[in-house]
Ligand binder design. Structure first.
Ligand SMILES: Nc1ncnc2c1ncn2[C@@H]1O[C@H](COP(=O)(O)OP(=O)(O)O)[C@@H](O)[C@H]1O
Ligand SMILES: [Mg+2]
Length: 314
């Protein structure tokens, strides 16, 4: 716009000055040369203003590059703005096996959403599809408005989704400190977030120099979750955190998850309905590779028939 403005100004100066000169009975050729000079000088302020505004117009490029920039996402998704994650009718294969045959779910920002379902229903495969370890063959996954369906696990992790796999994947031979240090995505992640982590899990601070393998089951689970909190993730996917733990430890862990969910969105898989019902705001049930129901946890609690049918407990 400003370039056009400058060009129009310059052209007018070039055209008008010789006419003015002719009227003053001077040589039109001198007028043309002076017009050119006036035009060039006249366009300078326009270009200057344009140059000053340039960084402002392109200030988007001043922000740190987003890991998914330039990634093949088809425009901004028509996501419900309240959802941090939307999974739409995904089909995922493991080898030739068609494991997920239509899973859809929505995770409202700031919520704790739980995936329920029997053993082998496809809960872990759903998390692995989201995190890019098993990209779906069809359907789509949107995270923060971006289509991440075919992104790599590295790109997805870098975009702010933390993953805590089943069976507490920690390095048993490394100390708690080392486990946390190698979870950092960038320098400074651990310094920035360690206070938050130690407030949630004071045991980890106390055991900081012990090898991971020396921790109890509950402490190992805490370390596994803590590792996902070292980088600045917005969304945590946690697979069966209560598995194999004593009830009193489960209660401690649930309290910590509830506490961290004040700052992060959580999507968790949980077989233990007692735990899930106390923790989660929203639920989705997966049965035999299909998502079959979803809604508010408060409504599911009032529906023992559904619980019995899909989860085998009442
Ligand atoms: N590596 C694999 N090879 C073949 N089948 C698998 C593999 N991993 C999982 N499956 C199958 O996929 C289905 C879903 O598994 P999974 O997502 O782990 O279930 P869940 O977490 O709900 O218990 C199960 O029937 C399981 O046997
Ligand atoms: Mg599983």
């Amino acid at each position: 716009m400003l370039i056009i403005w400058a060009a129009v100004g310059a052209t007018l100066a070039v055209l008008i000055t010789p006419t003015v000169y002719r009227n003053l009975n001077q040589k039109p050729l001198d007028g043309l040369i002076i017009g050119l000079i006036v035009g060039i000088i006249g366009s300078v302020p326009g270009l200057l203003v344009f140059w000053l505004l340039l960084p402002y117009r392109f200030r988007q490029s001043d922000r740190p590059p987003h890991p998914l920039d330039g990634f093949r996402w088809r425009g901004v998704a028509q996501m419900h703005s309240n959802n941090i994650l939307e999974v739409r009718d995904i089909h995922t294969f493991i080898g030739q096996f068609h494991i997920l045959e239509g899973v859809s779910l929505e995770v409202p920002r700031g919520s704790i959403t739980v995936i329920l379902g029997r053993n082998g229903a496809g809960k872990t495969t759903t998390l692995r599809s989201i995190i890019g370890l098993n990209n779906p063959r069809s359907g789509s996954i949107f995270y923060n408005g971006r289509n991440i369906t075919h992104a790599t696990a590295h790109e997805i992790a870098a975009s702010g989704i933390g993953y805590v796999p089943e069976h507490r994947a920690i390095f048993k031979e490394l100390t708690v400190r080392e486990n946390l240090e190698i979870a950092a995505r960038k320098r400074g992640d651990l310094e920035r977030n360690q206070q938050f982590i130690f407030d949630l899990f004071p045991d980890l601070q106390r055991l900081i120099d012990l090898p991971g393998g020396n921790l109890s089951g509950g402490q190992q689970q805490m370390l596994a979750i803590a590792r996902a909190l070292v980088p600045d993730n917005d969304l945590l996917l946690i697979d069966e955190p209560s598995e194999g733990l004593a009830p009193v430890i489960i209660d401690q862990l649930m309290a910590a998850i509830k506490q961290l969910a004040k700052h992060k969105t959580v999507l968790l898989v949980e077989q233990n309905f007692r735990v899930a019902s106390r923790l989660a705001d929203r639920y989705v049930i997966i049965d035999d590779g299909h998502s079959v129901m979803s809604g508010d946890m408060a409504d599911l609690i009032k529906n023992p028939d559904v619980i019995k049918r899909y989860l085998g407990v009442a």
